[in-house]
Design a protein around this ligand. Structure first.
Ligand code: NAG
Ligand code: NAG
Ligand code: NAG
Ligand code: NAG
Length: 354
């Protein structure tokens, strides 16, 4: 009887603390998992902007956003799931919650700090978004809580098992500030600030990172039509910026791998894949690569999806599965699913194998 009780208690001896459950007893050890921590912009934002003081330009919590999968608007800039949602699914985690979601107090599977419209520079959509610097200070709060609960050493271990993914830069390159610098200088600022972010997370224990190249910004519906009076870079002007950024990102990651012991990363070339899908949609199971499913004007370039951003009239396509772009800036869930699958199989999966 005593030995039976002992065996049960060994199997059930789990300590579930802020980021992760540690279970002792071999039948439950496999349950140990890496958490997923997410930073960045609207490509990854699960609804943080629902809870900040901003304008509808930086929100998406109304119909038809969310219509394909969730069946209600969540704040995601998409008809359905985003890349972090698919990655969480593949990693057998639940959807990772928005950091600003009221009442959130359990970070055991990870947390998502991303904010639609955010850039690596605080100037990008300043005052309307949670910039990267602020996202890092939110991460520091989570880290502090973790140390409080687990002690410094254990907190560090938990953070070193987690996977960190980030999508940042697009909003910096469609910002009017870009024209005040040479392309090289400006990319230097963006990459410089991204480096600060990576090093800060590394210092707190982070070792496993996932990055994507920037999308072909000149080929998103919004930039296909020049808007009078717009001081942001034009489609032609963003091409060299994106090219320089993607090259500099690759170089930075190689450099960090040399400099930071134990630094591991996985990348997906979002730029190349998206470009192929946009330009040869039928090869990838789509029929429309250039025009947004939801929006107004030529290419659906006017960012009016849902009619809540000043322009009340908009078109909505009948079959979203045929479209590469859902709104004037963002791909459809179907595109995100394809990209996520590619990334996971490529090598992101290995980062989750603790
Ligand atoms: C929200 O922002 C608007 C415009 O910037 C400002 O007038 C208002 O006071 C802000 N509200 C809160 C609660 O901070
Ligand atoms: C936090 O969530 C995890 C996973 O869903 C769960 O196992 C754990 O019991 C939760 N912890 C607390 C303190 O609620
Ligand atoms: C660019 O520089 C000019 C001159 O210094 C300044 O007036 C302008 O506000 C700057 N533009 C941006 C977007 O910061
Ligand atoms: C980060 O960006 C700011 C502008 O927001 C810039 O002044 C600063 O030099 C950048 N930092 C690095 C290390 O590039």
């Amino acid at each position: 009887m005593a030995s039976l009780r002992l065996r049960i208690s060994i199997l059930a001896f789990c300590t579930c603390l802020v980021i992760q459950c540690s279970c002792y007893g071999h039948s439950v050890l496999q349950k140990k998992h890496a958490a997923l921590l997410i930073f960045g912009d609207s490509l990854y934002d699960p609804g943080n902007n629902n809870y900040i003081n901003t304008t509808t330009d930086f929100q998406a919590n109304w119909f038809p956003y969310g219509e394909t999968f969730f069946k209600y608007p969540t704040g995601r800039f998409c008809d359905g799931r985003l890349i972090p949602d698919f990655l969480a699914q593949y990693a057998k985690l639940p959807f990772i919650p928005a950091y600003l979601q009221p009442g959130l107090n359990n970070y055991s599977n990870g947390v998502n700090f991303a904010s639609g419209g955010a850039g690596a520079l605080v100037e990008s959509h300043q005052g309307f978004v949670t910039d990267l610097k602020t996202q890092i200070s939110q991460f520091r709060k989570v880290e502090k809580l973790l140390r409080h609960k687990l002690g410094d050493a254990e907190a560090y271990t938990v953070l070193s098992k987690a996977v960190y993914i980030i999508s940042i830069g697009s909003n910096d390159y469609i910002s009017p500030l870009a024209s005040n610098f040479s392309n090289e200088e400006y990319v230097g600022l963006v990459i410089g600030n991204l480096t600060i972010w990576i090093k800060e997370i590394y210092k707190k224990g982070g070792r496993k990172f996932g990055f994507s190249t920037l999308p072909p910004l000149n080929e998103i519906p919004s930039l296909r039509v020049h808007k009078p009076g717009d001081t942001s870079p034009s489609a032609e002007e963003v091409i060299p910026l994106v090219k320089l950024h993607n090259k500099a990102l690759g170089k930075l990651l190689l450099k960090l791998k040399r400099e930071l012991e134990g630094f591991k990363y996985s990348t997906i070339d979002l730029h190349t894949y998206l470009k192929q899908i946009i330009n040869r949609p039928s090869k990838y199971g789509f029929s429309e690569g250039k025009t947004a499913c939801c929006g107004s004007g030529p290419y659906g370039a006017i960012n009016s999806c849902g009619g809540k951003r000043g322009v009340t009239k908009y078109q909505l396509c009948d079959n979203v599965a045929e479209y590469v772009f859902f709104d004037s800036f963002h791909p459809t869930e179907k595109v995100y699913r394809k990209l996520s699958k590619l990334w996971w199989r490529h090598n992101l999966k290995e980062l989750f194998e603790v």
